[in-house]
Design a binder for this molecule. Structure first.
Ligand code: HEC
Ligand code: HEC
Ligand code: HEC
Ligand code: HEC
Ligand code: HEC
Ligand code: HEC
Length: 185
């Protein structure tokens, strides 16, 4: 075939299609869904690789975290500073690093290990460790311009889970109506 501009475009299209089919199938084979982190109940909170596999969530020169507890992380990532990791890692991570296991929140119905069947975590469960709404409010009495844990609307009874999430970014429930700039751990 003589190389006219028309069949040149045709060849380019054919090549592009083959190229794209090739790339996508290679990508599907090489980057399976397992690129997403797993929630392995047997993994220790400081063993990032156990769940994140090759998608390491730490900078490459980060010191090893293998012996760290949450309080060790805080030595370098102090609360209230720009360096803090409190709002950068999910709540479940903060808990696991503080020694709270999946089963401490979700119960151990079914089995342990990877067969754990999580049950929903109600606010009462949070309060078995955190005390009471009033006790939690006392911890943040200093927060300006407003204590997030007490208000005229809900007193100290607002469900923890509307703000604090354990497996995704937490949210500032009050901002729907107010301009409080809360950073929710
Ligand atoms: C028990 C398994 C497990 C361990 C151990 C673990 N992670 Fe995760 N991580 C996850 C999962 C799963 C997610 C996705 C959110 C979810 O489902 O909880 C996640 C999410 C994250 C995110 C948020 C990513 C985003 O896109 O918002 C960061 C940051 C993170 N992990 C950092 C770490 C670091 C740092 C360590 C080690 C100190 C660690 N993780 C240990 C399972 C784990
Ligand atoms: C000895 C000090 C030290 C300890 C202990 C430490 N880190 Fe770090 N961490 C650093 C430094 C330094 C950086 C890099 C900061 C930068 O380059 O932005 C960093 C970065 C991170 C980042 C990326 C932050 C971002 O903004 O992208 C995460 C997440 C993190 N550390 C989590 C942890 C966790 C979780 C622990 C405890 C298990 C921990 N670190 C313990 C020093 C430390
Ligand atoms: C501090 C308590 C706490 C810890 C620790 C915790 N979770 Fe959760 N989990 C929750 C809450 C609360 C929800 C409801 C969704 C939310 O707020 O993020 C949830 C939701 C879930 C869900 C179903 C909903 C979804 O987001 O997919 C699964 C599955 C789950 N958790 C598994 C685990 C496993 C496995 C671990 C340990 C690696 C773990 N959780 C650690 C509190 C916790
Ligand atoms: C088995 C006990 C236990 C349960 C259940 C529990 N927590 Fe915690 N929580 C802890 C511990 C321990 C810490 C770490 C305290 C520390 O060292 O600063 C913590 C820390 C926190 C923090 C603070 C992170 C920070 O330092 O800023 C929040 C927010 C929190 N928990 C909310 C919740 C919520 C919401 C629930 C229910 C879904 C819950 N917790 C269930 C024990 C528990
Ligand atoms: C309206 C959103 C909201 C609700 C609902 C909420 N919190 Fe908080 N929580 C926050 C904010 C914002 C902070 C951080 C305050 C600050 O700036 O120090 C916080 C901080 C915390 C801390 C860390 C306190 C400290 O100073 O170390 C704990 C523990 C905590 N919350 C537990 C709970 C528990 C348990 C519940 C349910 C009884 C709950 N929270 C309900 C927004 C909320
Ligand atoms: C659905 C909208 C809405 C949400 C969500 C909301 N507020 Fe309000 N809030 C209002 C309105 C409207 C007023 C004014 C009512 C008045 O002045 O009588 C108000 C007033 C207030 C006041 C002043 C009351 C007083 O003592 O004079 C405080 C403090 C307050 N809210 C705190 C909060 C906190 C903390 C949250 C989150 C936990 C929150 N609000 C969530 C609508 C909301």
């Amino acid at each position: 075939m003589p190389l006219t501009s028309r069949n040149c475009i045709m060849w380019i299209r054919l090549f592009k299609t083959l190229y794209l089919i090739g790339c996508t199938s290679v990508m599907c084979a090489v980057l399976p869904l397992s690129a997403a982190p797993t929630r392995d109940p047997a993994a220790k909170g400081n063993d990032c690789v156990a769940c994140h596999k090759s998608e390491m969530p730490l900078p490459s020169k980060h010191p090893s975290t293998k012996t760290n507890k949450l309080s060790d992380c805080m030595d370098c990532h102090e609360k209230g500073t720009d360096d803090t990791v409190i709002t950068k890692i999910p709540g479940s991570h903060l808990h696991q690093l503080a020694g709270v296991t999946c089963a401490d929140c979700h119960g151990s119905s079914g089995a342990s290990g990877s067969k754990l069947k999580p049950v929903a975590v109600e606010m009462d469960k949070c309060l078995t460790c955190h005390g009471s709404g009033a006790k939690v409010a006392a911890m943040t009495a200093h927060v300006k311009p407003q204590n997030p844990h007490v208000s005229a609307h809900y007193n100290t009874d607002l469900d923890c889970n509307v703000c604090h999430h354990q497996h995704t970014k937490s949210e500032n429930f009050c901002v729907e109506c107010h301009k409080f700039e809360f950073k929710v751990p």
